[in-house]
Structure formats: structure tokens, C-alpha cells
Write a protein that binds this ligand. Structure first.
Ligand SMILES: [Zn+2]
Ligand SMILES: [Zn+2]
Length: 146
């Protein structure tokens, strides 16, 4: 992953280019997303931003996350049964998802699925694999204590 400072600077530069207002709150949204590994929801990001900027609005956080997504700096992790979660890791990677606590961990796999460039009339652009299971913490809890 590229250096965080570099990514933040990149975001600020691109906001400038596109004429978007750069506020410390907006920068904080991206910074928090870059520093979290568990793919937070917008609400979780909001809770963190609020600790630094108590008057930030949820709408601002939503808009900033949307902007980041449009700029290709963040990705939405689609996953059933939960609100959309976000990822600042835009490298090609896959996810291990705990069906119990909802933890999402990034994994990199050697296997190449060799997806054809065209499928059922779609021009394919990439793929991401979600692997479901129990995380180590939940496995431990599931074990009978004797
Ligand atoms: Zn778990
Ligand atoms: Zn991820």
C-alpha cells in the first residue's frame, strides 16, 4: 500500500483540481478510512470523525465517502446482511468475512481465476472473492469451555 501521507495529499490535490472544498473534516474522513482495517460503515467513520470534530454532520461524512468512491480512492465492500462497508485499500484483493461478528479481513491470493474479458455480454473489469467463515476470535468463543 502506498504511503498514507501520499494518499492524503493525492486526495487534497484532486479535490483542488475538481474545485471541491477541502475541509479538515473531509480530510479526517479519508484519514480514518486509511487507518482502519476492518472496513467500517459510514456510521462508524462518522463516530470517529466526531471525536475530533464534534460538529461534523453525518451527511458530510456520507458525501465525502461518496466522493472518495467516485475518485477511486475507496471501494464499497458489498456484503449481504449489513450496511455498506468501505475500504481504502484499492489494491486488488479479496475478503475473508466472519459470518458471526462481521469482521472483514483483506487477503491476497495467488490463484488467478482468469476471468474472460467478456462474459454474458459484460465487459469485465475485475473481480473480488468473498470467503465466509468464522474468525479466530469467534472460533475460540464457539469452543466449549471445560
Ligand atoms: Zn468473528
Ligand atoms: Zn478490503
Amino acid at each position: 500500500m502506498v504511503d498514507r501521507e501520499e494518499r492524503l495529499q493525492d486526495f487534497i490535490d484532486r479535490c483542488r483540481q475538481e474545485g471541491l472544498k477541502i475541509t479538515p473534516q473531509r480530510v479526517a474522513v479519508y484519514e480514518i478510512l486509511l487507518n482502519s482495517y476492518n472496513h467500517p460503515t459510514v456510521e462508524e467513520i462518522y463516530d470517529e470523525v466526531k471525536k475530533r470534530y464534534p460538529f461534523v454532520s453525518l451527511a458530510t461524512v456520507y458525501r465525502t465517502v461518496e466522493t472518495l468512491e467516485q475518485m477511486g480512492l475507496a471501494k464499497k465492500v458489498c456484503y449481504w446482511g449489513s450496511s455498506a462497508r468501505y475500504d481504502a485499500n484499492i489494491d486488488e484483493h479479496h475478503h475473508l468475512i466472519c459470518v458471526k461478528c462481521g469482521a472483514i479481513r483483506d487477503i491476497y491470493m495467488e490463484e488467478d481465476l482468469s476471468i474472460p474479458s467478456e462474459l454474458e455480454g459484460f465487459r469485465t473489469e475485475g473481480y473480488s472473492v468473498n470467503i465466509y467463515g468464522l474468525c479466530p476470535e469467534c472460533r475460540e468463543k464457539a469452543q466449549p469451555t471445560s
